[in-house]
Design a binder for this molecule. Structure first.
Ligand code: SF4
Length: 90
């Protein structure tokens, strides 16, 4: 499974996906899996029920990834743009 992760050393990020930098705050993540429903190519739950980022995230659109962050009930997905400006949470 490790080789399907975008960055096996940083399963929950921060990882660069297109123009976005994505990071799941593992302390906040409650494994609700809403992000997976919205962005199934990007997220999967690990054995601790924390969201981790798949290699196939590269095929997901930025819009979908931002939508998944907005859908997270605990705002555990933090997204910045290429300049480091935080896009979400706003
Ligand atoms: S939606 Fe949020 S809490 Fe649920 S698995 Fe994804 S990051 Fe974790």
């Amino acid at each position: 499974m490790a080789d399907t992760l975008l960055d096996p050393k940083n399963p929950s990020g921060p990882v660069v996906i297109g123009k976005l930098k994505v990071h799941v705050d593992r302390d906040l993540c409650i494994g609700a899996a809403t992000c997976i429903a919205v962005a199934p190519k990007t997220f999967i739950l690990d054995s601790e029920a924390k969201a981790i980022v798949l290699q196939s995230a590269q095929e997901e659109t930025s819009e979908t990834i931002i939508e998944s962050a907005k859908a997270c009930p605990v705002a555990a997905i933090i997204i910045t743009d290429e300049t480091g400006k935080q896009i979400f949470p706003e």
